[in-house]
Design a protein around this ligand. Structure first.
Ligand code: FAD
Length: 291
């Protein structure tokens, strides 16, 4: 999912005005090249159940950085919600279709090889460590704040499938054909990829709060969000090796723009801009610690 205005503070994502258009242009160009639909735009219905939370959201609707994303206040779908606002610019990226089609494309060109973990034959001068959570859990390239999350796939024939719903610390995304994804839990201590009964119960409760009980669970997955500092990724060269990590829960939004900047470093010798520079981040950790 890409959701431009997020969190309990109803805050636009970091540098969204820059990275969202870049991501949209990138996915559109890949769709045209590979002949596969990847991006499914949907209005985002942001719901508030708590009057204080709604006042906070409402107070931000006309703020300069928020207003461009606001379609307008709408009636909450039922009496469980005190307020609702429709947000533009969001949607769902079909990540599996993107990865499958990309892999097939590069395979046809003879440019794809399944990377082996820590392949000793890979040339270090051309290697980029983009290992996601797997690398962060090994301490590469920096201390992390990864968070496990569990999501469910549901079948619910009667539900409205025109909007993404966000509220009660959860989200619900229509996949089409009566299917939905709903999530997600946050867990910082048990960092594994095993779905749990507690996670399933927590996500089912989110589904009930966002819609109703008329669904069937058909899938349950767990993963680890690769977090270095919130969902603000970093790139950089450490001891002659390049790193790209820390996409957090916003890989779909930031990966295209950050990858383009990394490419400029690798091919044109550009330096990462200071805000994205892993080396500067590591230095600041030494001085200030994790903030
Ligand atoms: C519950 C949950 C919900 C999320 N929701 C969203 C969302 O709504 N929107 C969104 O945009 N993002 C979301 N994310 C985050 C998104 O999944 C990540 O941002 C994204 O996957 C990070 O991409 P990555 O390529 O850096 O890492 P990964 O996706 O982890 O990919 C890294 C790959 O490298 C491989 N690898 C690792 N080490 C090595 C090695 N040494 N050698 C060879 N291969 C290696 C791994 O096996 C893996 O295939 C969510 C994540 C979770 C867990």
């Amino acid at each position: 999912m890409i959701n431009p205005v997020t969190g309990k503070n109803f805050q636009p994502s970091w540098r969204i005005a820059e990275f969202l258009p870049e991501a949209m242009a990138f996915y559109a160009s890949v769709e045209a090249r590979l002949g596969t639909k990847l991006w499914h735009p949907h209005p985002v219905l942001r719901l508030a159940a708590d009057p204080k939370n709604w006042e906070k959201i409402r107070g931000k609707l006309t703020a300069q950085d928020v207003a461009p994303w606001v379609v307008g206040e709408v009636h909450p779908p039922d009496e469980r919600w005190v307020g609702a606002v429709a947000v533009r610019g969001g949607g769902r990226l079909d990540v599996k279709a993107f990865l499958d089609a990309s892999r097939a494309f590069f395979s046809e060109q003879g440019l794809y090889r399944q990377a082996e973990m820590d392949d000793p034959t890979a040339s270090s001068s051309r290697r980029v460590w983009c290992e996601g959570a797997a690398g962060l859990l090994l301490g590469r390239p920096a201390p992390h704040r990864c968070a496990k999350g569990e999501i469910l796939t549901l079948r619910a024939e009667g539900w409205d499938d025109t909007q993404i719903r966000i509220g009660n610390r959860g989200w619900l995304i229509p996949l089409g054909g009566g299917l939905f994804k709903v999530g997600a839990t946050y867990e910082w201590d048990e960092l594994d990829e095993f779905p749990t009964e507690a996670g399933r119960a927590a996500v089912q409760a989110i589904a009930v709060s966002l819609m109703d009980e008329q669904f069937q669970v058909i899938g349950h997955e767990a993963g680890i969000r690769p977090i270095l500092r919130r969902s603000e990724p970093l790139i950089g060269e450490i001891d002659g090796e390049w790193f790209f990590n820390g996409l957090g829960s916003k890989g779909s939004l930031y990966a295209p723009g950050i990858a383009r900047r990394l490419t400029a470093c690798l091919l044109d010798g550009a330096r990462p801009e200071p805000e994205l520079d892993l080396g500067i981040f590591l230095e600041s950790l030494k001085t200030h610690g994790q903030s």
